[in-house]
Write a protein that binds this ligand. Sequence first.
Ligand code: FAD
Ligand code: DHB
Length: 390
Amino acid sequence: ENTRVAIIGAGPAGLLLAWALRDAGIDSIVVENRSQDYVLARIRAGVLEQSAVETLTRLGLGERLHAEGLEHDGIYLQFAGERRNVDFNELIGRTVTVYGQQEVVKDLITAHTAAGSTIYYEAADVQVLGLESKTPRVTFVHDREAHSIAADFIIGADGFHGVCRASIPPTALTLYDRSYPFAWLGILADVPPSTDELIYALHEDGFAMHSMRSPQVSRLYLQVDTADSIDQWSDERIWEALQTRLAVPGWTLNEGAITDKSITPMRSFVASRLSYGNLFLAGDSGHIVPPTGAKGLNSAIADVTLLGAALVSHYAGDDAPLSGYGETALRRQWRVQQFSQSMTEMLHRDPSDLQSAAFNYRSQLGRLDYLTDSVIAQRELAEQYTGLPF
Ligand code: FAD
Ligand code: DHB
């Protein structure tokens, strides 16, 4: 078996790259270790930058996105019991669209299925070999049959825990990372959102957020301790904490049946390189952001937009974009890292800070007060939240 581009991972990065290549007439295959049902059911991010919407639309994936996606002009920042609006559209003429990652994945899988793309799900023992050679290979077991696929390029779109980054010799790679002393508990609830735009709130008890998935489904998050397990958080306790942290006078948070809940650790991570020989990393395999700025999914789409165009150039005879891919993508990614880190630090309380917690909390309130009052500061937030150019 052989193909031009072998893509490891059927998350948003892998599926979108395969789709962009198909659009340009370049043959690829996707190898995924989980089942299609599992991939479709995974609930994660929910906010698309304007450039991400444009990319999906240009590739013919915009129909349901435009019909069901919720275009938002801005967000609310809440602190000290006060809620203030930041209107990106008014500030810089750009917006974001609330559309679940699992909807993006569903649209991609529907499109690939209709087009007859080759995607191996439930592939076991996936390995990538000969990365420095002209004919790298992917080997795996599918339906008890051993496969070996030769390709021109291998794409590591296999997320943070995947095999591709781990296949780069450790001496050739530096990992830059930091963890945070808190985690996010996320819920999906069958209740119409109590807000027209997302609310990011800093409360003395910690961060809380009100997002949504549709006019009928709310998505909410709470800062919790890294050591907490989900069974310590009954539905009742979750709603109580959300009610406390999101409260403002004259506003009601409507509650509903919780249909999904989980706790996600938070980390910042960047690999020093996104290419090694004929292996290229895209999305979470190369970098992770804490979720506060809603940049994980958008970074994956940005990488793949760049990498797809670079591969198209390569097959048209110009190698420069592919040689420059890692550097270009990382340069954008470090700006995104800084934004995600500063949003996270502005909006969470650090439970490990025993020395200066009271000071730091008031300093955070000062930052939020300045930000929501200064048009200059808000324009900076607007530019970064709605997305840097791809
Ligand atoms: P992934 O979506 O991780 O896809 C990688 C794929 O590779 C998966 O399908 C995986 O099964 C497959 N794979 C892994 N190992 C192998 C292997 N060995 N062989 C073959 N296939 C393999 N971002 C936000 O902006 N906001 C959020 O609220 C948010 N919440 C999140 C919650 C969770 C629990 C997680 C994990 C992430 C969250 N993110 C969030 C981040 C965002 O979802 C990711 O940035 C995004 O999924 C990246 O897409 P990707 O395609 O690069 O990686
Ligand atoms: C969602 C997730 C985020 O990380 C964020 O910043 C905003 C919204 C969400 O899942 O809806």
